[in-house]
Design a protein around this ligand. Structure first.
Ligand code: NAD
Length: 325
């Protein structure tokens, strides 16, 4: 699918997990892409540079290393029809305590600045990343965009919920704004703080995995290529809703994820059992009927295949490191 050589997009958070995959997909589809990222220190710069490895040598991609809370990035929006805004301070547990100011800045203030800049630049659309965290511990499942109450249980979820309110205010006839409530995205390049990545690391290098809670908590895991496909579809005029649930369709407990990865790795995982953490919810599950209807989107990668892909990526990465050490 090609959009013609003149289509330009900006992707904020381009050096991150989902953002780097999104840039690759857009370039494959014929877009010219400017990535904006300031390489926050939430995880290592080296990890983010390796996320960008393929992009760095792809014609049609350039990177603007700037903080959305500062200036100098706004001119990258000139001539772009779509801004994909994925930059944020992610992670539920870290959002308590003194680090909340980073969440307020990199999520709420940065998002308001992106909406302002997009409106000023004449971009037609902003597609941005919200989160299933806005639902908190929902009383009924699966969660639906219009009818399930949003009651975040973490400060992170509160910032995403507040961004949704901002998006409603900034939506105008000239600027379409579409948010995606991603449900636990996983796959190659997953952030190093996320559970599946930590499990794969422990299985590959023989470490232990800190399991928070008893393992019966479940998530609607979403493979990254599916999340990216939904994101790209949100750039089209058919994406008329303000928000879409994007979930992988195969809710699984942490215990099941661990067993599946142990079988795939042919190894037992050493567990360090810890109490459930503040902000962690018991369950997430998405009703994706709206995304199916408007975007023609549905998830395609089953959990088993996606877990195998992430494990293979972690293994390949660790063997490259061993060779170069
Ligand atoms: N990964 C998931 O499961 C998941 C689930 C729900 C929502 N989300 C949302 O999706 C988006 C991408 O998540 P991810 O997992 O790829 O995270 P990530 O941390 O890998 O990527 C975010 C990127 O944004 C950049 N960034 C942060 N603040 C910035 C600022 N002020 N200026 C410029 N760059 C900045 C960071 O350097 C980082 O590279 C985020 O908005 C996140 O909240 C992710």
């Amino acid at each position: 699918m090609t959009n013609g050589p003149s289509k330009r997009a900006v992707v904020t958070g381009a050096a991150g997990f989902i953002g780097s995959h999104l840039c690759e997909r857009l370039l494959d589809d014929g877009w010219r892409v400017t990535g904006v990222d300031c390489f926050t220190d939430y995880y290592s710069r080296d990890d983010k540079l390796s996320n960008l490895e393929e992009l760095a040598s792809t014609p049609g991609f350039d990177l603007v290393e700037r903080d959305l809370l500062g200036d100098g990035w706004q001119r990258a929006l000139q001539g772009s029809s779509v801004v994909f805004h994925l930059a944020a301070q992610a992670g539920v547990r870290g959002s308590f305590g003194s680090s909340f100011s980073q969440y307020a800045g990199n999520n709420l203030v940065a998002t308001q600045r992106v909406f302002e800049a997009a409106a000023a630049s004449g971009a037609a659309r902003v597609v941005w990343a919200s989160s299933s965290s806005v639902y908190g511990d929902a009383e009924t499942h699966p969660c639906r965009e219009a009818s399930t109450q949003t009651l975040p249980r973490s400060p992170y979820g509160v910032t995403k919920r507040a961004c949704e309110d901002l998006a409603r205010i900034y939506r105008t006839r000239d600027l379409a704004i579409t948010g995606l409530r991603y449900f636990t995205v996983y796959g190659p390049r997953q952030r190093p703080d996320m559970a599946i990545r930590r499990i794969c690391n422990a299985l590959t290098s023989g470490g232990t995995f800190e399991l928070y809670g008893d393992g019966s908590q479940s998530r609607d895991f979403t493979y990254v290529a599916d999340a990216v496909d939904a994101t790209v579809r949100c750039a089209r005029p058919e994406a008329t809703a303000s928000i879409y649930n994007i979930g992988g369709g195969e809710e699984a407990t942490m215990a099941r994820v661990i067993t599946t990865l142990e079988t795939l790795a042919g190894a037992r995982l050493a567990l360090d059992r810890r109490p459930a953490q503040r902000g962690d919810v018991r369950r997430t599950s998405a009703d994706v009927a709206l995304a199916r209807r408007d975007l023609g989107w549905s998830p395609t990668v089953p959990l088993h295949r996606g877990l195998a892909a992430e494990l293979a990526w972690v293994r390949a990465r660790s063997s490259i490191r061993e060779v170069s050490a």
